[in-house]
Design a protein around this ligand. Structure first.
Ligand SMILES: *[C@@H]1O[C@H](CO)[C@@H](O)[C@H](O)[C@H]1NC(C)=O
Ligand SMILES: *[C@@H]1O[C@H](CO)[C@@H](O)[C@H](O)[C@H]1NC(C)=O
Ligand SMILES: *[C@@H]1O[C@H](CO)[C@@H](O)[C@H](O)[C@H]1NC(C)=O
Length: 542
């Protein structure tokens, strides 16, 4: 189970009834802040200890520098406690408590906090152990051990291009960092997204009066107004996973949603196709205006998803709004109803997620599933090229091209889709490099990784990785490379190796896409010509 699944799991745990003597929990605000969920998280409820919750090591993003706990004595007699917080790392100053180290648990609910300021001297993932002993009576001691994993980043005085390299933690060789990155990813994106929703909500509220204020500058759904861009907007919002929309085609999110909206009663969910921590993909149907029933794929989030996750789903899901190309999956309808998660409807023609389709090809015993020929792989690659060509013509950068964000049908027709829910459904494809930003690190062009710049050429790089995925039946790229080391690895000139059975011609195309300098990468037209030629060659001998 990944950490986010744990969180949800342990929040819903039902405590056995008992005559309690103590509550110790994280209140709504704290859970929202740390985990992005709307719930309280009890470590001890009415005296019952939630071992699951205690065992869960909560990641603490670098931005959060204090922890808060709420506790309360229910016993009616004094409960002496002793508390001790340990953290040994040069990256962190000694943690400070705002209650005394020993005393009695207060009779009425009290919040205490532990401050965790990073020194900024080193980047590290610091394990913090909080030990609380409560003597219920003589020879009855409740000993609670809580763990936190605090992320500290190194403060930089050098230009941002060096940050990635410099902030590599000293223990980065350890595989722990991998799990750490994956594990914190969900949390990071939630925190990040909080800013997005803030702006989304505010934007909605102010819409009548302030036409363009407070718009996130790089949110993919936003036209960039030439004159404004107010900058109360937090730094980290740059990292909003995004498409750039540069043309006048765009309308704002509300207008788009209004245009596509369909009543909930006309949508029916039939089966779950994919399930993440909060993301859900269903197969279902929707009744059109003229009473026709259409099968659709429905992307939504579960009931425990936060506002942030809902907002992100909407924003990312709407990114392929009003596009019309056979190799692009455009959103069909949206159904929003108060107090429930929105449904995003996409056309369904027996389509499956491409990454999952490829992995199935690999796992199935011979003959049962489809085995892909080189010719088919090249044909799929060409279709992706056509899709990207169309997007770029519409002045849209995809920024997250990968097999996980494509769908395929029975006839191997490919469509490029948006990346809504992908972080949740494919958590191991996204990594956080200690900067609260959950990115598809292993698909990113060197300049996107280092400087967060995107261009048509960075989409080409990602296409190269996608092609590699096609030829390996969706193996994980650079599986042995620590995400923190990717930038250095690429800078040193290393790239993905030629997959077994991958023809030289095809590998040459990929390798070409990964040219260090963006201008040296092939154009889409060049790629198309090249792949088309290879395709023709292949058919000639069949
Ligand atoms: C709590 O009790 C355990 C075992 O009884 C002991 O090892 C630990 O040091 C105690 N911690 C505190 C903070 O008193
Ligand atoms: C400790 O700090 C928190 C937040 O800073 C505050 O809400 C709480 O009341 C403080 N508790 C005590 C006992 O001072
Ligand atoms: C300790 O005290 C609590 C509260 O009275 C009780 O529920 C629990 O069973 C006791 N534990 C032991 C080991 O005696």
């Amino acid at each position: 189970m990944n950490p986010s699944t744990w969180i949800t799991f342990l929040i819903v745990i039902i405590f056995p009834y008992s005559h309690g003597y103590l509550n110790l929990y994280l209140n709504l605000r704290e859970v929202q802040r740390l985990l992005g969920l709307e719930a309280e998280l009890y470590y001890v409820r009415d005296g019952s200890v939630n071992q699951y919750a205690l065992n869960f090591v909560v990641p603490v993003p670098s931005k959060i520098d204090s922890l808060q706990f709420t506790w309360e004595n229910l016993a009616g007699y004094p409960l002496p406690y002793s508390i001790d917080v340990t953290a040994n790392s040069a990256a962190l100053y000694p943690p400070q408590l705002n209650i005394s180290a020993t005393g009695n648990v207060p009779r009425s609910s009290q919040i205490f906090s532990i401050s965790l300021p990073c020194t900024g001297l080193a980047a590290a993932e610091v394990m913090i152990t909080i030990n609380i002993n409560i003597s219920v009576s003589h020879n009855n001691l409740t000993s609670l051990v809580l763990k936190r994993r605090k992320i500290c980043t190194k403060l930089e005085k050098v230009p941002s291009s060096r940050v990635l390299i410099d902030s590599m933690p000293s223990y980065s060789k350890s595989t722990n960092i991998f799990y750490f990155a994956v594990g914190t990813a969900a949390v990071m994106i939630i925190i990040l997204a909080l800013f997005v929703i803030l702006f989304y909500v505010r934007n909605k509220k102010d819409k009548r009066t302030v036409e363009y204020n407070n718009r996130p500058t790089s949110s993919f759904l936003t036209t960039m107004p030439r004159n404004t861009v107010s900058s109360t907007y937090n730094e980290s919002c740059r990292s909003v996973p995004s498409y750039s929309l540069l043309d006048e085609r765009s309308k704002d999110l509300q207008e788009r949603i209004a245009e596509l909206t369909v009543q909930r009663c006309r949508v029916r969910l039939s089966s779950v196709v994919m399930e993440g921590t909060f993301g859900r993909v269903y197969l279902g149907s929707y009744t059109t205006e003229n009473a026709k029933e259409e099968t659709v794929i429905i992307k939504t989030v579960s009931d425990h998803a936060s506002q942030v996750q809902i907002s992100l789903l909407l924003q990312e899901g709407m990114s392929m709004y009003s596009l019309n190309h056979k190799n692009v999956l455009s959103i069909l309808r949206v159904s929003i109803e108060d107090h429930t998660a929105p449904f995003l409807l996409f056309p369904y023609k027996n389509t499956k997620n491409l990454k999952m389709f490829l992995q199935k090809c690999k796992l199935s015993p011979e003959g049962v599933s489809h085995t892909l020929t080189t010719q088919e792989v090249v044909d799929m690659a060409l279709q992706v090229i056509h899709g990207i060509q169309y997007l770029h013509k519409k002045h849209l950068l995809h920024k997250d091209l990968a097999t996980r964000n494509c769908v395929v049908d029975d006839k191997l027709k490919i469509q490029i889709a948006d990346n809504a829910l992908s972080r949740d459904l494919f958590p191991s494809d996204y990594h956080c490099l200690g900067d609260n930003e959950n990115r598809p690190v292993k698909w990113l062009a060197i300049e996107s990784l280092l400087h967060k710049t995107f261009s048509t050429n960075s989409d080409i790089w990602a296409f190269g990785v996608l092609l590699w995925e096609l030829t390996t039946l969706a193996q994980q790229p650079y599986i042995e490379i620590d995400p923190f080391e990717m930038a250095a690895y690429l800078k040193d000139g290393y790239r993905l190796a030629q997959p077994i059975n991958c023809p030289d011609e095809l590998f040459a195309v990929m390798a070409y896409c990964w040219a260090m300098s963006a201008d040296e990468r092939p154009t889409l037209t060049q790629l198309q010509v090249c792949l088309q030629e290879f395709y023709t060659q292949l058919t000639r001998y069949v």
